[in-house]
Design a protein around this ligand. Structure first.
Ligand SMILES: N[C@@H](CCC(=O)N[C@@H](CS)C(=O)NCC(=O)O)C(=O)O
Length: 227
């Protein structure tokens, strides 16, 4: 499903506004996709430390008072996985998330959703908790939550074993092709070092993380088509 280039007809710059925090992996999940698809956007930093996300003005965009929020032509949407699905649909990023053209495409989308949701709920969150306590919170002069971090360390062990096994015969989460589920995981894979967790036994996860990093750093990505 990989294709390195498509005809460029991107809508005018800044059709997309992304409200986020520079250290938030959930915000990064959307940024990674927009950059990969070469979609122009305005990044609007929300100062979580100063509670900007709790102000009424922001709550009107985000029902849950969290970043990221994406605004496209006046339509505001929260939840990073949902935002990325929406962006793939409006920019026709079929190479990484096929449009619902037929039964097979619907099944591929469902599988991509399954892997994205599983990784996010069972691994991403439990990488973020110790990374927050051990590395991110101190950088912001905030205190982490050691209890939450230690629960996370226990909870992540089994899902990591499962995904390590799943990846044992694959280059990326779905096989040979680099897809939206890999992009959705990318910012969380970058938290491994910050989390202080020992990943040495999860060699397939480590190799996959390196391939995802390489794909994002070296390849040209894809170019969004007009929405
Ligand atoms: N499920 C949400 C999680 C978003 C999230 O937890 N964002 C954090 C920053 S990493 C946040 O806004 N925290 C502020 C708060 O909870 O008060 C998503 O995928 O977008």
């Amino acid at each position: 499903m990989d294709r390195d280039h498509q005809e460029q007809t991107v809508p005018s710059s800044s059709a997309i506004k992304l409200y986020g925090h520079p250290m938030s992996p959930y915000s990064a999940r959307v940024k990674v996709l927009l950059d990969f698809a070469q979609v122009p956007y305005d990044f609007i930093p929300v100062d979580l430390g100063r509670g900007e996300h709790l102000l009424n003005e922001f709550r009107r965009l985000s029902p849950f008072g969290k970043v990221p929020v994406m605004v496209h032509e006046g339509f505001a949407l929260a939840e990073s996985l949902v935002i990325n699905r929406y962006l793939c649909d409006i920019y026709h990023l079929d190479d990484i998330y096929p449009s619902e053209s037929d039964h097979m495409a619907r099944q591929t989308r469902a599988r991509i959703d399954q892997l994205s949701d599983y990784f996010s709920a069972h691994i991403g969150k439990f990488l973020l908790d110790p990374a927050w306590t051990n590395s991110l919170a101190p950088q912001l002069d905030l205190s982490g939550n050691p209890e939450e971090a230690s629960v996370a360390t226990k909870k992540i062990a089994r899902p990591l074993r499962e995904i390590n096994f799943w990846l044992s015969d694959k280059r990326f989460l779905m096989g040979e092709s680099f897809l939206l589920c890999d992009i959705n995981a990318a910012p969380f894979l970058d938290l491994v070092d910050k989390s202080g967790l020992d990943f040495s036994e999860f060699t397939h996860v480590q190799n996959w993380a390196n391939r995802v990093r390489e794909r994002l750093a070296n390849a040209r990505g894809i170019t969004a088509k007009k929405n």
